[in-house]
Design a protein around this ligand. Structure first.
Ligand SMILES: Cc1cc2nc3c(=O)[nH]c(=O)nc-3n(C[C@H](O)[C@H](O)[C@H](O)COP(=O)(O)O)c2cc1C
Length: 291
């Protein structure tokens, strides 16, 4: 544990209060000082301070994954992971239209939007949005028979994050949860009990009612822990940021706005999606609509 006297960490967020019995009933600035003084634990700081620590187990696992090209095998087996049955929705994919707007104008225009006007997104637009944000690219994974890279980078090409959508206003789709399946470019509907969508982002000012859709990013720990150990969490948080930003840029290019949202109701969404909440977590979300 950190001790302020040893580390000499004095800056604008340090409050010199030495009452160790009063650990947490003030604010985060006070709590932060208590952490630096060694009176309170911070899982976040412990994680950061141990980020580069690698054990023999890590070396063995990373070497095994690289030597056996396990990511290539994962890429080849994507079709066995996806559910194709009479309920599966095949997104239109005859030809993906090129995004005509220049990259510089898209990136200059991007900003977060939280209020929308009621607008039905076309199924074509949804198909483009998902393909360009999260779909398979044209590039083959090294050593794979059929496996492809995706539109975003992934630590070890293990793709531990999957994308769920809550469809709120999209042409031809019933409102509800769907899982995006990038290998087949399809949506698998998820059966849920009646759900109060107003609670998804409770208190955060998101215009759920007029949105076209929301996204929920699911992280499966086993997917990358068996290679990277404790480093997996950092990789997954970065990956979800990369994915979310890809989505923001593609949404902007198609004339929509989106907002990355950390303030989502984790327990509500995970319960609705039947996640085990031990290996399977929702770690981030996003909302999208037309202004
Ligand atoms: C990791 C992350 C989490 C965010 N969480 C929220 C959130 O919970 N609620 C919200 O209204 N905006 C959220 N945002 C959006 C930021 O408020 C927004 O990006 C910031 O104000 C800068 O504005 P801009 O995106 O329009 O450039 C989040 C953004 C990021 C990158």
């Amino acid at each position: 544990m950190i001790h302020i006297k040893n580390k000499g960490l004095l800056h604008e967020h340090t409050v010199l209060l030495n009452d160790s019995s009063n650990l947490s009933n003030r604010d985060n600035k006070h709590l932060y000082t208590q952490i630096l003084q060694g009176n309170a634990e911070s899982p976040m700081i412990s994680y950061l301070m141990n980020l580069n620590k690698q054990g023999l187990n890590d070396f063995k696992s990373i070497a095994k994954f690289n030597e056996l090209n396990i990511s290539g095998m994962y890429g080849d087996s994507i079709k066995y992971e996806e559910i194709i049955d009479e309920t599966t929705i095949f997104l239109p994919q005859k030809k993906f239209k090129k995004i005509k707007e220049s990259f510089s104008s898209i990136i200059l225009k991007r900003r977060s939007g939280r209020r929308f006007h009621h607008f039905e997104m076309s199924i074509d637009t949804l198909s483009h949005l998902l393909k360009y944000a999260f779909g398979l690219s044209d590039v083959s994974l090294p050593g794979a028979r059929e496996g492809k890279h995706r539109m975003y980078s992934s630590g070890g090409a293990l793709y531990p994050i999957s994308v769920y959508l809550y469809i709120n206003n999209v042409e031809g789709l019933s409102n509800g949860f769907y899982k995006y399946q990038p290998g087949s470019h399809t949506l698998a509907p998820v059966d849920t009990d009646t759900i109060n969508t107003a609670e998804f982002f409770a208190g955060s000012g998101m215009d759920m009612l007029n949105s076209c859709l929301s996204l929920f990013f699911r992280y499966d720990i086993n997917r990358n822990y068996v290679k990277y150990g404790e480093l997996s969490l950092l990789n997954s948080f970065v990956e979800v940021g990369v994915m979310s930003h890809n989505f923001d840029l593609v949404a902007t290019s198609l004339g929509f706005v989106s907002c990355p949202v950390a303030g989502f109701n984790k327990n509500l969404i995970e319960t609705a999606l039947h996640l085990d909440q031990v290996n399977e977590h929702i770690i981030f979300s996003s909302i999208c609509g037309k202004e």
